[in-house]
Design a protein around this ligand. Structure first.
Ligand code: NAP
Length: 307
């Protein structure tokens, strides 16, 4: 059983299905994961012309389906890790797996702006690695004051002519070394004590509306790109208290493996990775998880036979 249907879950499904493990994917109502919220994907190998995020996920799904993956298009209400077998309650129907791969991903924290959803993927982004390339010689902004925001801002200076970091206080949360790098970079400007009230633009982002947190004054920041970097939340609510997680709620996997603290339960993709967060790395760990499951099931069968 695989819970989650982004690149990690669907890659695990392709491998598991081709290994005759008859995977069932609880794909959720928001099937497809974070790539469903992006437009052009130019860094997924094998697509030299680029591909739209949702189109890529349709292909992932078709490939998993071709080898016999069963899909359940609903959210799991409960997942019980007291197995094996492991069970998921989906709207009153119970699904069972002899082993479980968790690929529920993470969600970028958003600001909740009125025009946020409309302009996401059209100048508004949550991933500099993914979208920085589209902003060569342009003026852009990053929201946030933590290590992620600084990392994104510094990365974006490779492309943009100017990167304005918008932070709601006048002191960064980021580590000292990251702060020093940002202060030393002539392309990075700082807009302190400001929150983004909204983004504007017709079909593409043209700027952000800021409010000063001290004076209350509003102003416009004309930029063609705005990167929201206020953190991510792993989607691990379903598994709380059932397996080991770090202090931020990411599932802990053993180094070089997708094994979790529960025997027979594996985790792949962003739900256990707060460092790389790429479709290709999620796919890579999804593949690892399916191979590890296959071996684990074979060993369990062998142990049962010799008993
Ligand atoms: P974070 O440390 O939680 O920082 C989030 C930042 O966003 C904070 O500055 C926060 O402001 C701001 N923020 C949160 N909600 C906001 C809102 N609604 N409006 C405006 N601003 C908002 O998250 P992170 O930067 O993603 O880092 C997460 C963890 O990963 C940290 O432990 C970090 O050290 C680590 N990390 C490390 C590296 C590295 O070492 N290279 C890179 C990335 C991440 P306030 O400061 O006012 O709270």
């Amino acid at each position: 059983m695989i819970v989650g249907s982004g690149p990690a879950g669907l890659t695990a499904a392709v491998y598991a299905a081709r290994a005759n493990l008859r995977p069932v994917v609880i794909e959720g109502l928001g099937a497809g994961g974070q790539l469903m919220l992006t437009t052009d994907v130019e860094n997924y190998p094998g697509f030299p012309e680029g591909i739209m995020g949702p189109d890529l996920m349709v292909r992932f799904r078709e490939q998993a389906e071709r080898f016999g993956t069963e899909f359940v298009t609903a959210d799991a209400d409960r997942v019980d890790l007291a197995g094996p077998p492991f069970t998921a309650d989906v709207g009153g129907t119970e699904y069972t797996g002899r082993s479980l791969i968790i690929t529920t991903g993470a969600s970028a924290r958003m600001l909740g702006l009125p025009n946020e959803h409309r302009l996401l993927g059209h100048g508004l982004s949550t991933c500099a690695t993914c979208d920085g390339f589209f902003f060569r010689e342009q003026e852009i902004a990053v929201v946030g004051g933590g290590d992620s925001a600084i990392e994104e801002a510094l990365f974006l200076t490779k492309f943009a002519s100017k990167v304005t970091l918008v932070h709601r206080r006048e002191e960064l949360r980021a580590s000292k070394i990251m702060q020093d790098r940002a202060f030393a970079n002539p392309k990075v400007a700082f807009h302190w004590n400001a929150v983004v009230e909204d983004v504007y633009g017709d079909t593409k982002l043209e700027g952000a509306l800021l409010r000063d947190t001290v004076t209350g004054a509003t102003s416009e920041l004309p930029v063609s790109g705005l990167f929201v970097a206020i953190g991510h939340t792993p989607n691990t609510e379903l598994f709380k208290g059932q397996l080991e997680m770090d202090e931020n709620g990411y599932i802990i996997t053993q180094p070089g493996s997708t094994r979790t603290s529960v025997d027979g339960v594996y985790a792949a993709g962003d739900v256990q990775d707060h460092v790389y967060r790429q479709a290709i790395t999620a796919s890579g760990t999804g593949c690892m998880a399916a191979i590890e499951v296959e071996r684990w099931l074979a060993e369990a069968a062998h142990a049962a036979e010799s008993r």
